[in-house]
Design a protein. Sequence first.
Length: 166
Amino acid sequence: MYIYLMKSKTLSFQLGIFESLAELPKEDQDLINLASQARENAYAPYSNFKVGAAVLLENKQVVIGSNQENASYPSGLCAERVAVFQAGAKFPGIPILKIAIVASSDKTPAREPAAPCGNCRQSIFEYENRQEKPIELLLMGGEGSIYKCHSIQDILPLAFGSDSLG
Ligand code: THU
């Protein structure tokens, strides 16, 4: 443990853990099911790791995405960014309420949810910061428990945003 001579702050967050879909409200179950369906359309011949995302907007519309890979690996895009960019393009200015993400390889179904990668956290934060309302995350693996985060900032503390640019 570090002893700081100056001030220090501990940053923490509460992660909701649900053992099954049935424990969640219907709205969350529906969104996770849509993310799961979206995952079927992942184009992931290189990693075989398929991810589906479903974004629920304040106007009740749902926008989906799945990871789209490329032979030139960095040219591919994650499911979360496909979904939030599509939401921004189709429904500009409509706040995002929540995002469900279902991520797993088909060969070895993950029992633990996979959290969004750093680039996706940053991209989702841009929307949260702009709309000044938290974006809730629902995360699921191939099977098993579901994690719920209240805000993208929970998993991206000290985020870099437009405010940082001055
Ligand atoms: N992937 C996502 O779609 N979302 C993430 O947050 C992490 C990774 C995709 C990218 C790539 O197609 C595959 O999963 C393996 O990294």
